[in-house]
Design a protein around this ligand. Structure first.
Ligand SMILES: NC(=O)C1=CN([C@@H]2O[C@H](COP(=O)(O)OP(=O)(O)OC[C@H]3O[C@@H](n4cnc5c(N)ncnc54)[C@H](O)[C@@H]3O)[C@@H](O)[C@H]2O)C=CC1
Ligand SMILES: CC(=O)C(=O)O
Length: 321
């Protein structure tokens, strides 16, 4: 007999484009019982709560959606951090670090002062750096601080590969790892479509050429720049990615996603949050999956970690080892 689900509460801090898209994704998927919206701009949060509640008569499952404050974090299962500045056209994610690390200091302190003992999901950019900052400021074990990492980049990669090979994206097995940003990398050596490797496709002269695949990765890496140029911000994709991680935690799935997590010796990396495949369940990050990368992929991943490490230590100088 299945156990009755306990009442689940999610607190979303920052109900801008990303936070409100995430709230909407949770709402239409019926992922929790209670969704609490917190924003320094309380009027925006009030507007979002009203707007979402007006969808209740059409929802699959009832849900309480309300504006709250940090005292709501005490009994929350998840606190989802989507507050802070986003990129302007041409700006990189790493350019946001000083501003958003400052905002995070006050947010994390407020969450922890209220006795939070759940799992943080972090989306604010630069997400790898801010996940590390969240881990350090909160004092929680690293398995309970999950960054969205390259979950969105992996989704973009799988979508474009599905288009290029004319197959359902769910039959594409592929990862983008490393920084959620300019130094990320595709794991071509382990990419397959219905168990047939990309190398095999190339050998058989089927599907896209090497040049087309290289261009496809550039489209993945630069997708945010193009979307921001076109409409000012990206939010639906990451809203869905955050909802997917929420489901993995609340339903104790043990499913694998490329998230930002603390490297603890994998690939020779230490003391850095970076996008790697990891098993996610009700306790957060159960384990990081160490892939058998080729030499070039390993070098690119290590370079990505070096770039992140420098930014982390500039954001948190006292953490320098
Ligand atoms: N990890 C990922 O894959 C993605 C991350 N992002 C990042 O998500 C973040 C949010 O982006 P948007 O929603 O587009 O920005 P936005 O400007 O629309 O929303 C940010 C919200 O944070 C609130 N906020 C600012 N300081 C706060 C504080 N101290 N306490 C509570 N709320 C505060 C603002 O009032 C605003 O409502 C950005 O850093 C962006 O780069 C965006 C897309 C994808
Ligand atoms: C903005 C951002 O990080 C993205 O869309 O990938």
């Amino acid at each position: 007999m299945s156990q009755p689900r306990k009442v689940s509460r999610i607190v979303v801090v920052g109900t801008g484009f990303v936070g409100s898209s995430y709230a909407y994704a949770c709402f239409i998927q019926g992922l929790c019982h209670e969704l609490v919206l917190v924003d320094v701009n309380e009027e925006k949060a009030i507007g979002d709560a009203m707007d979402l509640n007006h969808g209740l008569p059409f929802a699959r499952t009832p849900m309480t959606i309300r504006v709250g404050n940090y005292s709501d974090c005490k009994d929350a299962d998840l606190v989802v951090l989507t507050a802070g500045a986003n990129q302007g056209p041409g700006e990189t994610r790493l350019d946001l670090v000083a501003k958003n690390a400052r905002i995070f200091r006050s947010i994390i302190d407020s969450v922890m002062e209220n006795g939070f003992n759940g799992i943080f999901l972090v989306a604010t950019n630069p997400v790898d750096v801010l996940s590390y900052v969240t881990w350090k400021y909160s004092g929680l074990p690293s398995e309970r601080v999950i960054g969205t990492g390259t979950i969105l980049d992996t989704a973009r990669f799988r979508y474009l590969l599905g288009q290029a090979y004319h197959v359902d994206t769910r039959n594409v097995h592929a990862y983008i790892i490393g920084e959620h940003g300019d130094t990320e990398l595709p794991v071509w050596s382990l990419t397959d479509i219905g168990r047939r490797s990309i190398a095999q496709y190339l050998k058989d002269g089927k599907g896209p050429s090497q040049q087309e695949l290289d261009n496809l990765f550039i489209q993945v890496r630069d997708a945010a720049y193009h979307i921001i140029q076109a409409k000012g911000a990206t939010y639906y994709g990451i809203g869905m990615g955050l909802a997917r991680l929420t489901q993995a935690v609340l339903e104790n799935e043990n499913s694998i996603h490329t998230v930002s997590c603390l490297a603890q010796g994998e690939y020779g990396l230490e003391d850095v949050y970076i996008g790697l495949p990891a098993v996610i369940n009700q306790n957060g990050i159960r384990e990081v999956i160490e892939l058998k990368l080729n030499e070039s992929e390993t070098k690119k991943l290590q370079h990505s970690a070096t770039v992140l490490s420098e930014v982390i230590h500039s954001a948190l100088p006292s953490q320098k080892t």
